[in-house]
Design a protein around this ligand. Structure first.
Ligand code: NDP
Length: 243
């Protein structure tokens, strides 16, 4: 029997890509899944698919840039399933462009979703986990958290920040029975490049992303970090396509 059976896992950004596949996988292993994103109709159809397959799931519209909404989805998880075993801070956006294109609104959106969204997950989840006396944060960064490339300066900055915040959280929660995991995917099939508006970058991405891993590969790494025995804290995983 999977050690995920009966655990309650909240997944942000579960309406597509990595979040969606993670919800499917963890539900198939018997976890209670709580999914959030802005596209409620996507969540509805994923929830219905999971329930048809015998899984346990609930969902709520979620904009991670609003702390209140993050607190509400955690409350939903507690109301439905009694506790919160893990939060996967997965929601993210990646409108890449060169700095000189001055796409300031897009820079701000990346900062809001990728950094503030993760911080809101921590702000809403940490008090609950401390009170319960257990929990796990799984924060999704990127290989962009380790290296910068042209057009990815701001995106990488947000992912470096996620990496720094995650390691700080790990250090500060030492001794509190709260596990902290950073998952850094390489290029993965998803809708992530759809937010790119810079024409040359869109063209470049088509070629660059041809080696993308299936999102299910990242979902498996998330499941791996969660299903370890309680005393095992998987701190960091980088998953790249084999080239
Ligand atoms: P997708 O675009 O397929 O998924 C992103 C998810 O984030 C969607 O469900 C979207 O849902 C959600 N989201 C965006 N903005 C918000 C918001 N304000 N509030 C709540 N949810 C939001 O891409 P991926 O699955 O690839 O992305 C998942 C994570 O993986 C991201 O953090 C990304 O940076 C990271 N990553 C992805 C890589 C890749 O190559 N795919 C590589 C490295 C890291 P909705 O629009 O419905 O709100």
């Amino acid at each position: 029997m999977s050690s995920l059976k009966g655990k309650t896992v909240i997944i942000t950004g579960a309406s597509s890509g990595i979040g969606e596949e993670t919800a499917r996988l963890l539900a198939s292993q018997g976890a209670h899944i709580v999914i959030g994103a802005r596209r409620i109709e996507r969540l509805e159809s994923l929830a219905s698919e999971i329930r048809t397959g015998g899984g346990s799931v609930t969902y709520q519209r979620l904009d991670v840039t609003e702390l209140r909404q993050m607190q509400d989805i955690i409350q939903l998880a507690q109301n439905h399933f009694g506790q919160v075993d893990a939060i996967v801070n997965n929601a993210g956006v990646m409108p890449l462009s060169p700095l000189e294109a001055l796409k300031i609104d897009e820079w701000n959106r990346m900062i809001d979703v990728n950094i503030r969204g993760v911080l809101h997950g921590i702000a809403a989840g940490l008090p609950v986990m401390k009170k319960q006396g257990f929990g796990q944060f799984v924060n999704i960064a990127s290989i962009g958290a380790y290296e910068v490339s042209p057009t990815a300066a701001v995106y990488s900055a947000t992912k470096y920040a996620v990496r720094a915040i995650t390691d700080g959280l790990r250090q500060e929660t030492a001794g509190q029975n709260i596990r902290v995991t950073l998952i850094s995917p390489g290029v993965t099939e998803s809708e992530l490049p759809d937010s790119i508006t810079h024409k040359e970058t869109i063209d470049f991405m088509k070629e660059y992303r041809s080696i993308a891993l299936p999102a299910a590969a990242i979902a498996r790494s998330i499941a791996y970090a969660m299903e370890q025995p309680a005393e095992v804290d998987v701190n960091e995983m980088v998953i790249r396509p084999l080239v």
